[in-house]
Design a protein around this ligand. Structure first.
Ligand code: ATP
Ligand code: MG
Length: 198
């Protein structure tokens, strides 16, 4: 049997149940053996606009949050590699490490229209099947269908949760409970992330 590996990349600052619901449902729908929550080292799209939590903190948080969930794991490839994180590099490295595996790149519906602006997106296109986690009822983005990506769509409960909102909640002292798995909230407190919020 060929191993099927899902790669779900993100800044995960912080990871939340929206990410995790998308990951486990993509795994189920696509029959993936495992989904790697790949933590970006320096997210090139976000680094200039705000202060991003350290890679070590974000990785520890993802590890805490996925703990005990079968088939979902934290990935540190991009952090280990250092520098800016490009999905093309990550897929090349995953391909080298898992020569026989089928690679699936999982993205939220909001990311899909911008895919063609990614570094070396032609490589991304060659190396992985895209799994677009869709808003229920929304059509596939034209940018993808017109350019011949291998695309699968997975519908998951639409959870209006974002890391930006969670950071704002933490800053205001509003609760993070149930929006982030309990072990993740404990990790945030222990590491005093987001000004000790949560
Ligand atoms: P931010 O608010 O800082 O943009 P975010 O919550 O969108 O953070 P990211 O780390 O930017 O999280 O996103 C990583 C991936 O998770 C992207 O593919 C994004 O589309 C997806 N994603 C983010 N929030 C959700 C959600 N609520 N449901 C499903 N997928 C999501
Ligand atoms: Mg986002």
């Amino acid at each position: 049997m060929v191993e099927k590996i899902g790669i779900f990349g993100g800044t995960f600052d912080p990871i939340h149940v929206g990410h995790l619901v998308a990951a486990v449902n993509s795994r189920h729908a696509m029959g993936l053996d495992r989904v790697v929550m790949m933590v970006a080292n320096v997210p090139w799209q976000k680094a200039d606009t705000r202060t991003v939590s350290t890679a070590a903190d974000r990785l520890a948080l993802v590890e805490a949050a996925v703990g005990g969930v079968e088939g979902v794991e934290a990935g540190s490839l991009e952090i280990d590699r250092g520098g800016e994180s490009y999905t093309a590099d990550t897929l090349v490295e995953m391909r080298e490490r898992h020569r026989e595996a089928e690679l699936y790149l999982i993205i939220g519906w909001d990311v899909a229209p911008a895919l063609t602006t990614w570094e070396r997106y032609e490589e991304v296109q060659k190396l992985a099947t895209l799994v677009v986690v869709n808003r229920p009822g929304s059509p596939p983005p034209r940018q993808l269908t017109e350019r011949g990506w291998r695309v699968a769509e997975v519908t998951v409960p639409n959870l209006e949760i974002s890391s930006s909102d969670l950071r704002a909640r933490a800053a205001d002292g509003r609760p993070l409970d149930y929006l982030i798995p309990a072990a993740g909230v404990r990790c945030i407190r222990a590491r005093k992330m987001y000004a000790g919020g949560g």
